[in-house]
Design a protein around this ligand. Sequence first.
Ligand code: SF4
Length: 240
Amino acid sequence: MNYRIKGFIETSFSDWPGKVVAVLFLPSCNFRCLYCHNHELVFLPEKYPDIPLGEIIKSLQKHRGWIDGVCLTGGEPTVHPWLLSLIQDLKSAEGLTPAGVSLGIKLDTNGARPRVLKSLIDGRLLDYVAMDLKGPLQADRYAAIAGVPLEEEGLAQIQSSIQLLLDGKVDYEFRTTLVPTLIEEEEVYALARRIRGARRYTLQNFNPRGAMDEGLKKVAPFDEKTMRRMQEKVNEIIKN
Ligand code: SF4
């Protein structure tokens, strides 16, 4: 099957805490986040040739014993009907891991497709999920950051995905990209309270240079000290 894989990084130390992974970039997305860095992958995926899975597997075989898993990112991986098949093919490929060790799969998702997420979790096809929390859990605020109409039904999908992860059948983290003009500090803490008990909540600073929205390119990101303080506070909130 042609899986339309558009990018491949052989080794990454930063995509899955404590693991060395390869990263596969899948095209297209159902959101249009103003700060998106991968917007060419979202809007113009045809600009990039497909990378055959066979080539990727050959490369992973060379890193046997060194790679713990594969991170599937995008774009939004869950928009593709072939995602499940891709994961099955990766998991069943021979020679990627030492005998008796299974290949880990990490999924990056915006959480807008809880049914896909649930079927992958129930099928034990995922080992780690990183789900974005785009902003305050109110339909209009969330939609303004995600760049698409969302309404209550769309927000309910996000809430379902949050609950799926909080249920703890798979290891996970929540993540929020902080753009000072799009989300306020108190709103970040409100998100942390919503996911109280979560295993991890990672705050990410945004990079103005890569942002899809021209206006955001002039916005100064939070400084490191503020980021550290906010991360410490959300860590406190989720563990209490
Ligand atoms: S969810 Fe947002 S940030 Fe992620 S790929 Fe889609 S548009 Fe970009």
